[in-house]
Structure formats: C-alpha cells, structure tokens
Design a protein around this ligand. Structure first.
Ligand code: ZN
Length: 192
C-alpha cells in the first residue's frame, strides 16, 4: 500500500535530500511487481519454515517499503508467493512483519477511504473496510502474534492480506472508480 499523504513521511525540505529520496523511491518501486504481472493474482502459500532466510526476507521487505515510501508491502508484490507482509503506519516506528496473517475478528463501523498501491502506480480509489480488526499470525521466529488495530493500521493489514490472496484494490472499489483506474493503468502507446 502506498501512502495517501506523502508529505507525512518527508524528512525535511532539503532539496538535495529530496532528490535522493525520489531516486531511492524510483529504484525501490522498480523492484515491485506492477499491474499486469500475473503473480499479483495468485494465492500465496503458508510459511512453515522460520529460518534466517525468512528473517532476511522480512528485513529486506521493510527496507524496500521504506524506500518506496509505502506503509505496507506483501511478499507477493516482489514475486514471492509466501504468506508474509510488512507494514509501518508511522515513520518513527519499526516495520512489523506478520507471517501467515489471519483476521481473527473485524468490526467497527465500515469506513471508506482512498487507497493507493505500490503495484498500481497512479491509482487512488475509495475502498470500504471494517475500521477495527484483530490480526493473528506469527513473527519471523514463529512466535504467535496478535495485533488489535484500528484506523489506518486496520486498513493497511487488510490491504496487504488481500495481496496474499491475489486481491487488489480495484476489486474492492465501486464500478466507476474501477473503470477510471483501469483507464489509468492501460499501457500508453509508445511512438519510439
Ligand atoms: Zn498494494
């Protein structure tokens, strides 16, 4: 998931730093599978081995998400079909990795808000989701994890869990927004 208001993550107003941030973001996004890639439509597999390689993958995904200025990233988005995602809704917190995530409980009034996605560049569509969830899963060492989330946190984990099931925001938005999004995603004719 990309962030709706990108200003939130800006470090300061230094022009040189901004240029660096922009380049790092472009390099990161180049590593994220984009719309049209069939992997985005596949269901990821349960993780049953909790080893160093898994921990390194989670760390790498956290870095990639940070550099891409995203607030969530599912393994599917880098072409790895394993049930794992990372998310971070605040810049001053460490990314949280969740393995084999399941929504154990959801509730609260359903809320509609615009969502973007690192795999759907240039698309922002309204998505309605429950405003409160209890997410269970495991951490990178295999220890059980339970997170009670609301607001943005609840939204992000539902978005990332969707990725692990091959579901994208355009599947969850209204008909008109989907049509507009598909238009924006259509490859542009190239004259070169
Ligand atoms: Zn996404």
């Amino acid at each position: 998931m990309s962030e709706t208001s990108e200003e939130h993550f800006e470090d300061d107003d230094d022009d040189e730093l901004d240029a660096d941030v922009v380049i790092r973001r472009q390099l990161a996004i180049a590593q994220v599978r984009q719309w049209g890639d069939p992997v985005l439509r596949l269901r990821a597999h349960e993780v049953d081995t909790f080893d160093d390689e898994l921990a390194r993958l989670a760390e790498k995904m956290g870095e990639l998400m940070h550099n891409a200025r995203g607030i969530g990233l599912a393994a599917t988005q880098i072409g790895i079909l394993r049930r794992l995602f990372v998310f971070q809704t605040r810049d001053d917190e460490e990314p949280i990795a969740v393995i084999n995530p399941v929504i154990a409980e959801s509730g609260g009034a359903p809320e509609t808000d615009d969502e973007g996605c690192l795999s759907l560049q240039g698309v922002l569509v309204p998505v309605e989701r429950p405003s409160r969830v209890t997410l269970v899963g495991q951490d990178v060492t295999g220890q059980p994890l339970e997170l009670k989330l609301e607001g943005l946190g609840a939204r992000v984990v539902q978005h990332e869990l969707d990725h692990l099931n091959g579901v994208l925001i355009i599947d969850r938005t209204d008909r008109e927004s989907r049509r507009e999004a598909l238009k924006a995603l259509r490859p542009k004719p190239s004259l070169a």
